[in-house]
Design a protein around this ligand. Structure first.
Ligand SMILES: [Zn+2]
Length: 237
């Protein structure tokens, strides 16, 4: 069994524990989750570790000290704060993403209503809003149908987002997973994904969507990502 320097690990994760814990309040603020659903994780800079929400703990009880520290295979690091709890049931998917997408520093999963409604129809969210061009650089794609319990969700996320501009994927019949340069960036992608899903859904009730020409999407994305100093964080497309 691997011996861990728990004191050194705790020193490395002290800020991230607070950040990941606090970011969960953004999921409730923007009404992306109900009950104990949804989860945020963040990669520990310079270590093959990440910090993730515990399983089955109410949002009111989340605190830095009950966030769970895992290695990149999703194993809880024994002796660390929170290690008496189970990590989120989606930990294997987060771990798979961190193992296979080294530029990703944060992962978020929700069942937010409008994005999940697109997932229920296995339908990508088309890019018909300039703000979506800025943020996602095109459509938000659908990933494969995958059952929780092995690597299949993680593999579906990585295969769909690798080489794609989008930081969000709608896993078929399930809901959105988002990635980012850090946990906050992944939370922003989850909030924006739900926002564009809601607006697009309402627009679809009123008539036909008007697509934005690809060259205009490209120009908007390039300007937003570069002028604002935000390099693409999806599949590094
Ligand atoms: Zn889920």
């Amino acid at each position: 069994m691997t011996e861990y320097d728990v004191a050194a690990i705790e020193a490395a994760v002290v800020d991230l524990r607070k950040q990941v814990s606090d970011l969960h309040s953004e999921l409730t603020r923007y009404q992306l989750v109900i009950w104990t659903g949804g989860n945020v994780s963040g990669r520990v800079p310079g270590h093959d570790l990440f910090v993730i929400k515990p399983s089955g703990v109410s949002y009111d009880e989340l605190a830095p000290e009950n966030m769970v520290v895992c290695d990149l295979d999703g194993n809880v690091i024994p002796g660390t704060l929170g290690s008496d709890r189970s990590p989120s049931s989606d930990t294997a998917a987060h771990a798979y993403v961190y193992r296979h997408m080294p530029h990703v520093g944060g992962v978020v999963h929700t069942h937010s209503t409008y994005a999940t409604a697109f997932a229920a129809r296995n339908e990508p969210i088309p890019c018909t809003i300039t703000g979506m061009s800025d943020e996602f650089g095109g459509e938000i794609p659908v990933g494969p149908f995958a059952i929780i319990g092995d690597d299949s969700i993680g593999r579906g996320i990585v295969e769909t987002l690798s080489g794609h501009r989008s930081r969000a994927v709608l896993m078929a019949n399930h809901g959105p997973f988002t990635i980012g340069k850090d946990a906050k960036d992944a939370v922003k992608a989850a909030v924006m994904c739900e926002d564009v899903a809601r607006t697009t859904h309402i627009a679809m009730q009123l008539g036909d969507l008007v697509p934005i020409p690809q060259d205009k999407i490209d120009a908007l994305f390039d300007r937003y990502q570069n002028v604002y100093g935000q390099k693409p964080q999806g599949g590094m497309a």
